[in-house]
Write a protein that binds this ligand. Structure first.
Ligand code: PLP
Length: 479
Protein backbone atom coordinates (compact mmCIF):
# COMPACT_ATOMS: atom_id res chain seq x y z
CA UNK A 1 0.00 0.00 0.00
CA UNK A 2 1.49 3.34 -0.96
CA UNK A 3 1.36 6.11 1.57
CA UNK A 4 1.20 9.62 0.17
CA UNK A 5 2.27 12.55 2.29
CA UNK A 6 -0.78 14.82 2.02
CA UNK A 7 1.36 17.95 2.38
CA UNK A 8 2.75 17.36 -1.09
CA UNK A 9 -0.49 16.65 -2.87
CA UNK A 10 -1.77 19.59 -4.89
CA UNK A 11 -5.16 20.68 -3.66
CA UNK A 12 -7.65 21.04 -6.49
CA UNK A 13 -9.83 24.05 -5.79
CA UNK A 14 -13.50 23.15 -5.48
CA UNK A 15 -15.57 24.71 -8.24
CA UNK A 16 -17.40 27.91 -7.46
CA UNK A 17 -20.85 27.23 -6.06
CA UNK A 18 -19.89 24.01 -4.27
CA UNK A 19 -20.99 23.72 -0.65
CA UNK A 20 -17.60 22.99 0.90
CA UNK A 21 -17.26 24.64 4.34
CA UNK A 22 -14.10 26.58 3.45
CA UNK A 23 -15.16 27.40 -0.05
CA UNK A 24 -15.57 31.07 -0.89
CA UNK A 25 -18.21 32.24 -3.25
CA UNK A 26 -16.81 33.90 -6.40
CA UNK A 27 -15.27 37.29 -5.64
CA UNK A 28 -17.25 40.30 -6.65
CA UNK A 29 -15.31 42.13 -9.32
CA UNK A 30 -13.54 45.13 -7.86
CA UNK A 31 -15.04 48.20 -9.48
CA UNK A 32 -12.38 50.53 -10.89
CA UNK A 33 -12.08 53.95 -9.27
CA UNK A 34 -13.49 52.80 -5.93
CA UNK A 35 -12.02 55.07 -3.29
CA UNK A 36 -10.35 52.96 -0.62
CA UNK A 37 -11.46 55.29 2.13
CA UNK A 38 -15.11 54.65 1.28
CA UNK A 39 -14.81 50.98 0.65
CA UNK A 40 -11.67 49.41 2.04
CA UNK A 41 -10.81 46.10 0.43
CA UNK A 42 -10.47 43.84 3.47
CA UNK A 43 -10.05 40.36 2.03
CA UNK A 44 -11.70 38.00 -0.39
CA UNK A 45 -14.07 36.99 2.43
CA UNK A 46 -15.01 40.59 3.03
CA UNK A 47 -15.72 41.05 -0.66
CA UNK A 48 -17.97 38.03 -0.69
CA UNK A 49 -19.72 39.08 2.50
CA UNK A 50 -18.35 36.14 4.48
CA UNK A 51 -16.32 36.26 7.65
CA UNK A 52 -13.45 34.00 8.51
CA UNK A 53 -14.34 31.62 11.36
CA UNK A 54 -11.58 32.88 13.66
CA UNK A 55 -11.38 36.63 13.24
CA UNK A 56 -11.57 39.29 10.55
CA UNK A 57 -8.43 39.54 8.45
CA UNK A 58 -6.38 42.72 8.41
CA UNK A 59 -7.49 45.10 5.67
CA UNK A 60 -5.50 44.95 2.46
CA UNK A 61 -5.33 48.74 2.32
CA UNK A 62 -4.82 50.53 5.64
CA UNK A 63 -7.79 52.41 7.01
CA UNK A 64 -7.44 56.18 7.06
CA UNK A 65 -5.77 57.29 10.24
CA UNK A 66 -8.69 58.88 12.05
CA UNK A 67 -6.49 60.94 14.30
CA UNK A 68 -4.56 62.47 11.39
CA UNK A 69 -7.65 62.78 9.26
CA UNK A 70 -9.45 64.75 11.99
CA UNK A 71 -6.65 67.05 12.89
CA UNK A 72 -5.30 68.24 9.57
CA UNK A 73 -6.64 70.20 6.67
CA UNK A 74 -4.06 68.89 4.18
CA UNK A 75 -5.67 67.74 0.92
CA UNK A 76 -5.99 63.96 0.65
CA UNK A 77 -5.11 63.62 -3.01
CA UNK A 78 -3.41 60.73 -4.71
CA UNK A 79 0.04 61.35 -6.10
CA UNK A 80 -1.27 61.18 -9.68
CA UNK A 81 -3.93 63.80 -8.89
CA UNK A 82 -1.29 66.13 -7.50
CA UNK A 83 0.93 65.60 -10.56
CA UNK A 84 -1.93 65.91 -13.05
CA UNK A 85 -1.47 68.41 -15.84
CA UNK A 86 2.19 69.23 -15.33
CA UNK A 87 3.83 65.82 -15.07
CA UNK A 88 5.01 65.40 -18.66
CA UNK A 89 6.53 68.90 -18.68
CA UNK A 90 8.30 68.03 -15.41
CA UNK A 91 9.65 64.76 -16.88
CA UNK A 92 10.85 66.57 -20.03
CA UNK A 93 13.12 68.72 -17.81
CA UNK A 94 14.89 65.72 -16.22
CA UNK A 95 18.11 63.98 -17.29
CA UNK A 96 18.04 61.71 -20.34
CA UNK A 97 18.05 58.48 -18.33
CA UNK A 98 15.06 59.71 -16.33
CA UNK A 99 13.26 60.83 -19.48
CA UNK A 100 13.80 57.34 -20.93
CA UNK A 101 12.27 55.71 -17.85
CA UNK A 102 9.32 58.05 -17.22
CA UNK A 103 8.62 59.72 -20.59
CA UNK A 104 5.16 58.88 -21.93
CA UNK A 105 4.24 56.81 -18.90
CA UNK A 106 1.80 57.67 -16.13
CA UNK A 107 -0.72 56.03 -13.85
CA UNK A 108 -3.43 54.45 -15.99
CA UNK A 109 -6.55 56.52 -15.33
CA UNK A 110 -8.93 53.58 -15.34
CA UNK A 111 -7.14 50.87 -13.37
CA UNK A 112 -4.45 52.89 -11.57
CA UNK A 113 -1.86 50.47 -12.87
CA UNK A 114 1.47 52.27 -12.85
CA UNK A 115 2.13 51.24 -16.45
CA UNK A 116 -0.05 52.39 -19.29
CA UNK A 117 -1.74 49.50 -21.08
CA UNK A 118 -1.67 48.37 -24.72
CA UNK A 119 -4.77 49.74 -26.40
CA UNK A 120 -5.32 47.41 -29.34
CA UNK A 121 -8.25 49.33 -30.78
CA UNK A 122 -8.80 50.56 -34.30
CA UNK A 123 -11.46 53.09 -33.32
CA UNK A 124 -12.43 55.40 -30.48
CA UNK A 125 -15.90 56.49 -29.39
CA UNK A 126 -17.21 59.43 -31.38
CA UNK A 127 -18.50 62.59 -29.68
CA UNK A 128 -22.23 63.34 -29.51
CA UNK A 129 -22.05 65.64 -32.53
CA UNK A 130 -19.74 64.09 -35.09
CA UNK A 131 -20.93 66.41 -37.86
CA UNK A 132 -18.29 68.85 -36.65
CA UNK A 133 -15.42 66.36 -36.93
CA UNK A 134 -12.68 66.61 -39.52
CA UNK A 135 -12.30 62.96 -40.49
CA UNK A 136 -8.77 63.54 -41.79
CA UNK A 137 -7.47 65.32 -38.71
CA UNK A 138 -4.47 63.92 -36.90
CA UNK A 139 -5.56 65.30 -33.57
CA UNK A 140 -8.07 63.71 -31.27
CA UNK A 141 -8.66 60.00 -31.30
CA UNK A 142 -11.12 58.78 -33.88
CA UNK A 143 -9.37 56.06 -35.81
CA UNK A 144 -5.94 54.60 -35.04
CA UNK A 145 -4.48 55.84 -38.32
CA UNK A 146 -5.36 59.38 -37.14
CA UNK A 147 -3.75 58.81 -33.74
CA UNK A 148 -3.99 56.18 -31.01
CA UNK A 149 -3.22 56.00 -27.32
CA UNK A 150 0.06 54.04 -27.48
CA UNK A 151 1.25 56.13 -30.39
CA UNK A 152 0.67 59.39 -28.51
CA UNK A 153 2.40 58.14 -25.36
CA UNK A 154 5.43 57.02 -27.35
CA UNK A 155 5.53 60.37 -29.16
CA UNK A 156 5.60 62.12 -25.80
CA UNK A 157 8.63 60.06 -24.79
CA UNK A 158 10.58 60.47 -28.04
CA UNK A 159 9.93 64.24 -28.05
CA UNK A 160 11.28 64.37 -24.48
CA UNK A 161 14.38 62.36 -25.48
CA UNK A 162 15.09 64.50 -28.55
CA UNK A 163 14.36 67.80 -26.77
CA UNK A 164 11.60 68.46 -29.32
CA UNK A 165 8.34 70.37 -29.22
CA UNK A 166 6.60 67.54 -31.01
CA UNK A 167 7.07 64.10 -32.55
CA UNK A 168 5.31 61.68 -34.86
CA UNK A 169 5.96 57.95 -34.62
CA UNK A 170 5.35 55.81 -37.69
CA UNK A 171 5.47 52.19 -38.81
CA UNK A 172 9.22 52.02 -39.51
CA UNK A 173 12.32 54.13 -39.89
CA UNK A 174 11.80 54.14 -43.63
CA UNK A 175 8.19 55.29 -43.17
CA UNK A 176 9.64 58.22 -41.20
CA UNK A 177 12.18 59.07 -43.92
CA UNK A 178 9.56 58.79 -46.67
CA UNK A 179 7.19 60.91 -44.58
CA UNK A 180 9.72 63.76 -44.43
CA UNK A 181 10.52 63.57 -48.14
CA UNK A 182 6.92 63.35 -49.33
CA UNK A 183 5.63 66.00 -46.94
CA UNK A 184 8.21 68.69 -47.69
CA UNK A 185 9.03 68.08 -51.35
CA UNK A 186 6.90 68.44 -54.45
CA UNK A 187 7.42 68.06 -58.20
CA UNK A 188 10.22 70.33 -59.40
CA UNK A 189 11.95 70.51 -56.00
CA UNK A 190 15.52 69.46 -55.30
CA UNK A 191 16.98 67.54 -52.38
CA UNK A 192 20.57 67.40 -51.09
CA UNK A 193 21.33 64.09 -49.42
CA UNK A 194 24.36 62.37 -47.83
CA UNK A 195 26.11 60.10 -50.32
CA UNK A 196 26.46 57.44 -47.62
CA UNK A 197 23.07 56.74 -46.14
CA UNK A 198 20.64 53.93 -45.51
CA UNK A 199 19.75 52.05 -48.69
CA UNK A 200 16.07 53.04 -48.72
CA UNK A 201 17.06 56.71 -48.42
CA UNK A 202 19.33 56.20 -51.40
CA UNK A 203 16.56 54.49 -53.41
CA UNK A 204 14.02 57.16 -52.57
CA UNK A 205 16.40 59.99 -53.48
CA UNK A 206 17.98 58.42 -56.55
CA UNK A 207 15.14 56.39 -58.01
CA UNK A 208 11.60 56.74 -56.65
CA UNK A 209 11.40 60.50 -56.19
CA UNK A 210 12.92 61.48 -59.55
CA UNK A 211 11.18 58.75 -61.54
CA UNK A 212 7.72 59.01 -60.04
CA UNK A 213 7.44 62.55 -58.72
CA UNK A 214 9.94 64.65 -60.69
CA UNK A 215 11.93 65.52 -57.55
CA UNK A 216 15.68 65.60 -58.18
CA UNK A 217 18.49 65.00 -55.73
CA UNK A 218 22.22 65.50 -55.37
CA UNK A 219 24.28 63.01 -53.41
CA UNK A 220 27.03 64.79 -51.54
CA UNK A 221 29.76 63.89 -49.07
CA UNK A 222 28.07 65.85 -46.30
CA UNK A 223 31.28 65.88 -44.22
CA UNK A 224 32.42 68.54 -46.66
CA UNK A 225 30.48 71.73 -45.87
CA UNK A 226 31.73 73.45 -49.01
CA UNK A 227 30.32 70.59 -51.09
CA UNK A 228 27.00 70.83 -49.25
CA UNK A 229 26.77 74.55 -49.96
CA UNK A 230 27.73 74.06 -53.61
CA UNK A 231 25.08 71.37 -54.05
CA UNK A 232 22.28 73.85 -53.26
CA UNK A 233 20.14 75.04 -56.15
CA UNK A 234 17.42 77.67 -56.28
CA UNK A 235 14.83 74.88 -56.08
CA UNK A 236 16.47 73.04 -53.15
CA UNK A 237 13.96 72.62 -50.33
CA UNK A 238 15.58 70.08 -48.04
CA UNK A 239 19.00 68.84 -46.90
CA UNK A 240 18.88 65.30 -45.48
CA UNK A 241 22.03 64.09 -43.81
CA UNK A 242 22.71 60.81 -42.04
CA UNK A 243 25.27 60.92 -39.24
CA UNK A 244 26.87 58.59 -38.27
CA UNK A 245 26.30 57.25 -41.77
CA UNK A 246 25.27 53.70 -42.53
CA UNK A 247 27.45 51.76 -43.28
CA UNK A 248 30.64 53.82 -43.38
CA UNK A 249 30.32 55.69 -40.05
CA UNK A 250 31.12 59.00 -41.77
CA UNK A 251 30.34 61.92 -39.47
CA UNK A 252 28.77 65.10 -40.86
CA UNK A 253 28.86 68.39 -38.94
CA UNK A 254 25.22 68.95 -37.94
CA UNK A 255 25.67 72.54 -36.71
CA UNK A 256 27.59 73.43 -39.88
CA UNK A 257 24.89 71.96 -42.12
CA UNK A 258 22.22 73.77 -40.05
CA UNK A 259 23.91 77.12 -40.70
CA UNK A 260 23.97 76.39 -44.44
CA UNK A 261 20.31 75.33 -44.41
CA UNK A 262 19.22 78.40 -42.46
CA UNK A 263 21.21 80.70 -44.75
CA UNK A 264 19.50 79.19 -47.78
CA UNK A 265 16.04 79.05 -46.21
CA UNK A 266 15.76 75.27 -46.55
CA UNK A 267 15.02 72.57 -44.00
CA UNK A 268 17.70 70.35 -42.46
CA UNK A 269 16.67 66.82 -41.47
CA UNK A 270 19.15 64.48 -39.74
CA UNK A 271 18.86 60.69 -39.61
CA UNK A 272 20.41 60.14 -36.18
CA UNK A 273 19.56 56.43 -35.88
CA UNK A 274 23.17 55.21 -35.44
CA UNK A 275 23.63 57.54 -32.46
CA UNK A 276 20.26 57.47 -30.66
CA UNK A 277 19.25 60.53 -28.60
CA UNK A 278 21.57 59.36 -25.83
CA UNK A 279 24.63 60.14 -27.94
CA UNK A 280 23.37 62.92 -30.24
CA UNK A 281 20.44 65.34 -30.38
CA UNK A 282 20.35 67.10 -33.77
CA UNK A 283 17.64 69.63 -32.81
CA UNK A 284 19.93 71.09 -30.14
CA UNK A 285 22.51 71.63 -32.91
CA UNK A 286 20.13 73.59 -35.14
CA UNK A 287 18.50 70.88 -37.28
CA UNK A 288 14.80 71.27 -38.08
CA UNK A 289 13.96 67.56 -37.93
CA UNK A 290 15.56 64.58 -36.23
CA UNK A 291 14.80 61.10 -37.62
CA UNK A 292 15.10 57.81 -35.79
CA UNK A 293 14.51 54.23 -36.78
CA UNK A 294 12.98 53.17 -33.45
CA UNK A 295 13.64 49.61 -34.59
CA UNK A 296 17.30 50.07 -33.58
CA UNK A 297 18.72 51.48 -30.35
CA UNK A 298 15.54 53.07 -29.00
CA UNK A 299 13.65 49.80 -28.88
CA UNK A 300 16.88 47.88 -28.45
CA UNK A 301 15.42 44.39 -28.34
CA UNK A 302 15.11 43.50 -32.01
CA UNK A 303 11.41 42.68 -31.84
CA UNK A 304 9.52 45.62 -33.38
CA UNK A 305 9.73 48.10 -36.26
CA UNK A 306 9.06 51.78 -35.77
CA UNK A 307 10.24 55.22 -36.84
CA UNK A 308 10.05 58.75 -35.49
CA UNK A 309 10.41 62.32 -36.69
CA UNK A 310 10.85 65.04 -34.06
CA UNK A 311 10.76 68.80 -34.55
CA UNK A 312 8.56 71.86 -34.19
CA UNK A 313 4.81 71.50 -33.67
CA UNK A 314 4.11 73.03 -37.11
CA UNK A 315 6.40 70.71 -39.07
CA UNK A 316 5.26 67.59 -37.24
CA UNK A 317 1.58 68.47 -37.68
CA UNK A 318 2.14 68.57 -41.47
CA UNK A 319 3.82 65.16 -41.44
CA UNK A 320 1.02 63.67 -39.37
CA UNK A 321 -1.70 64.99 -41.62
CA UNK A 322 -0.04 63.91 -44.86
CA UNK A 323 2.14 60.90 -44.21
CA UNK A 324 0.35 59.29 -41.32
CA UNK A 325 -3.34 59.93 -41.98
CA UNK A 326 -3.34 60.01 -45.77
CA UNK A 327 -0.38 57.89 -46.79
CA UNK A 328 -1.11 55.51 -43.94
CA UNK A 329 2.27 54.96 -42.30
CA UNK A 330 0.74 54.58 -38.79
CA UNK A 331 2.49 52.38 -36.21
CA UNK A 332 0.72 49.39 -34.65
CA UNK A 333 -0.29 50.01 -31.00
CA UNK A 334 1.48 46.79 -30.04
CA UNK A 335 4.76 47.90 -31.60
CA UNK A 336 4.42 51.34 -30.02
CA UNK A 337 3.98 49.65 -26.64
CA UNK A 338 6.95 47.32 -27.20
CA UNK A 339 9.15 50.26 -28.17
CA UNK A 340 7.93 52.26 -25.18
CA UNK A 341 8.92 49.32 -22.99
CA UNK A 342 12.28 48.67 -24.66
CA UNK A 343 13.27 52.33 -24.54
CA UNK A 344 13.07 52.50 -20.76
CA UNK A 345 16.63 51.16 -20.54
CA UNK A 346 18.04 53.31 -23.37
CA UNK A 347 20.62 55.18 -21.27
CA UNK A 348 21.88 52.06 -19.54
CA UNK A 349 22.17 50.17 -22.82
CA UNK A 350 23.86 53.00 -24.68
CA UNK A 351 26.54 53.29 -22.02
CA UNK A 352 27.33 49.62 -22.58
CA UNK A 353 27.20 49.89 -26.40
CA UNK A 354 29.56 52.90 -26.23
CA UNK A 355 32.03 51.19 -23.92
CA UNK A 356 32.13 47.87 -25.79
CA UNK A 357 32.10 49.59 -29.21
CA UNK A 358 35.25 51.54 -28.38
CA UNK A 359 36.97 48.56 -26.80
CA UNK A 360 36.31 46.26 -29.75
CA UNK A 361 37.24 48.93 -32.33
CA UNK A 362 40.57 49.45 -30.56
CA UNK A 363 41.16 45.70 -30.38
CA UNK A 364 40.40 45.20 -34.09
CA UNK A 365 42.89 47.98 -34.95
CA UNK A 366 45.65 45.90 -33.38
CA UNK A 367 44.95 42.70 -35.38
CA UNK A 368 47.19 41.87 -38.32
CA UNK A 369 44.28 40.27 -40.27
CA UNK A 370 42.28 43.54 -40.15
CA UNK A 371 42.77 45.94 -43.06
CA UNK A 372 40.87 48.94 -41.61
CA UNK A 373 38.46 49.92 -38.84
CA UNK A 374 35.90 52.73 -39.09
CA UNK A 375 34.69 53.93 -35.70
CA UNK A 376 34.30 57.63 -34.85
CA UNK A 377 35.52 57.05 -31.29
CA UNK A 378 39.02 56.11 -32.45
CA UNK A 379 41.25 59.12 -31.81
CA UNK A 380 43.03 58.75 -35.17
CA UNK A 381 39.75 58.58 -37.16
CA UNK A 382 39.20 61.50 -39.54
CA UNK A 383 35.67 61.67 -38.09
CA UNK A 384 36.80 61.93 -34.48
CA UNK A 385 36.95 65.72 -34.00
CA UNK A 386 33.43 66.46 -35.22
CA UNK A 387 32.05 63.34 -33.52
CA UNK A 388 33.54 64.45 -30.18
CA UNK A 389 31.81 67.82 -30.52
CA UNK A 390 28.34 66.59 -31.42
CA UNK A 391 28.14 63.18 -29.74
CA UNK A 392 28.54 64.05 -26.05
CA UNK A 393 27.16 60.71 -24.85
CA UNK A 394 29.61 58.50 -26.74
CA UNK A 395 30.20 57.01 -30.18
CA UNK A 396 27.79 54.09 -30.18
CA UNK A 397 28.14 50.40 -30.87
CA UNK A 398 28.33 50.50 -34.69
CA UNK A 399 31.56 49.92 -36.50
CA UNK A 400 32.83 48.77 -39.87
CA UNK A 401 36.03 46.90 -40.61
CA UNK A 402 37.75 44.99 -43.36
CA UNK A 403 39.84 41.82 -43.43
CA UNK A 404 42.87 41.30 -45.64
CA UNK A 405 41.04 38.47 -47.38
CA UNK A 406 38.83 37.74 -50.36
CA UNK A 407 35.02 37.47 -50.20
CA UNK A 408 35.07 33.69 -49.70
CA UNK A 409 37.33 33.91 -46.65
CA UNK A 410 35.30 36.81 -45.29
CA UNK A 411 32.09 34.75 -45.56
CA UNK A 412 33.91 31.82 -43.95
CA UNK A 413 34.98 34.06 -41.05
CA UNK A 414 31.34 35.04 -40.45
CA UNK A 415 30.21 31.41 -40.54
CA UNK A 416 32.72 30.54 -37.78
CA UNK A 417 31.39 33.15 -35.31
CA UNK A 418 29.54 31.45 -32.49
CA UNK A 419 28.11 34.41 -30.59
CA UNK A 420 27.84 37.24 -33.10
CA UNK A 421 24.83 36.59 -35.34
CA UNK A 422 25.00 36.86 -39.12
CA UNK A 423 22.04 39.19 -39.74
CA UNK A 424 21.17 42.73 -40.77
CA UNK A 425 19.82 45.40 -38.42
CA UNK A 426 21.57 47.07 -35.53
CA UNK A 427 21.17 48.41 -32.02
CA UNK A 428 19.77 45.12 -30.73
CA UNK A 429 20.70 43.48 -27.46
CA UNK A 430 22.64 40.80 -29.38
CA UNK A 431 25.61 41.55 -31.61
CA UNK A 432 24.97 41.37 -35.36
CA UNK A 433 27.36 41.22 -38.30
CA UNK A 434 26.80 41.54 -42.05
CA UNK A 435 29.38 41.23 -44.83
CA UNK A 436 29.03 43.67 -47.74
CA UNK A 437 31.03 42.33 -50.67
CA UNK A 438 33.11 44.14 -53.31
CA UNK A 439 30.33 43.78 -55.87
CA UNK A 440 27.77 45.79 -53.84
CA UNK A 441 26.03 48.31 -56.10
CA UNK A 442 26.95 51.26 -53.85
CA UNK A 443 30.63 50.45 -53.25
CA UNK A 444 31.68 53.31 -55.56
CA UNK A 445 30.10 55.73 -53.07
CA UNK A 446 32.20 54.50 -50.14
CA UNK A 447 35.76 55.44 -49.12
CA UNK A 448 38.44 53.37 -50.99
CA UNK A 449 39.25 51.07 -48.06
CA UNK A 450 35.65 49.78 -48.06
CA UNK A 451 35.57 48.87 -51.71
CA UNK A 452 37.25 45.45 -51.42
CA UNK A 453 34.37 44.36 -49.14
CA UNK A 454 33.77 45.03 -45.47
CA UNK A 455 31.81 44.02 -42.38
CA UNK A 456 29.19 46.07 -40.58
CA UNK A 457 29.23 45.10 -36.92
CA UNK A 458 26.61 46.11 -34.36
CA UNK A 459 28.08 45.55 -30.91
CA UNK A 460 25.41 44.27 -28.54
CA UNK A 461 25.14 43.97 -24.80
CA UNK A 462 27.04 40.71 -24.33
CA UNK A 463 30.18 40.82 -22.17
CA UNK A 464 32.84 42.49 -24.32
CA UNK A 465 35.35 39.82 -23.31
CA UNK A 466 33.10 37.12 -24.78
CA UNK A 467 32.75 39.06 -28.03
CA UNK A 468 36.52 39.44 -28.27
CA UNK A 469 36.97 35.70 -27.67
CA UNK A 470 34.43 34.98 -30.42
CA UNK A 471 36.22 37.26 -32.90
CA UNK A 472 39.59 35.76 -31.91
CA UNK A 473 38.53 32.17 -32.48
CA UNK A 474 36.81 32.99 -35.81
CA UNK A 475 39.92 34.83 -37.04
CA UNK A 476 42.12 31.90 -35.96
CA UNK A 477 39.83 29.49 -37.84
CA UNK A 478 39.87 31.64 -40.99
CA UNK A 479 43.54 32.54 -41.45
C1 PLP B 1 20.38 54.95 -40.47
C2 PLP B 1 19.13 54.20 -40.75
N1 PLP B 1 17.99 54.88 -40.98
C3 PLP B 1 16.82 54.24 -41.23
C4 PLP B 1 16.75 52.88 -41.26
C5 PLP B 1 15.45 52.21 -41.60
O1 PLP B 1 14.80 51.79 -40.45
P1 PLP B 1 13.63 50.67 -40.48
O2 PLP B 1 14.29 49.38 -40.78
O3 PLP B 1 13.04 50.78 -39.12
O4 PLP B 1 12.68 51.06 -41.54
C6 PLP B 1 17.90 52.13 -41.02
C7 PLP B 1 17.84 50.66 -41.05
O5 PLP B 1 18.84 49.97 -40.91
C8 PLP B 1 19.12 52.81 -40.76
O6 PLP B 1 20.26 52.14 -40.54
Amino acid sequence: MSTVDKRYVARTPAPFGSESENQLSPPTPIPFNVESKDQPLASTSALSGQKSKDQPLAPVFPQPNQETANTTSLPHQRQSEVRAGSHSAFIARQGLGTRAVHGGNDVDAETRAIRRPITMANSYELPFDSTRLNWSAASGMVYTRNGGANQLWLEEKIAALEGAESCVVLASGVAAIAAVLLTFLRTGDHLVVSDNSYIATYRLAEELLPEKFGITSTLVDSRDLVAVRQALRPNTRLILIETPANPTLKISDIAGCARIAQGAGVLLAVDSTFASPYNQRPLELGADLSLQSLTKYINGHGDALGGAVSGSTDLIAKIKAEAMVNLGGAISPFNAWLIQRGSVTLALRMRQHNESGLRIAQWLKGRKEVSFVAYPGLSDSINHTVASQQMPGGFGGMLAFGLAANAERCNYFVSRLQLITNAVSLGHDESLIAYIGPNDERQHLYPPEFQAGFFRLSIGLEDAGDLLSDLTQALAASF
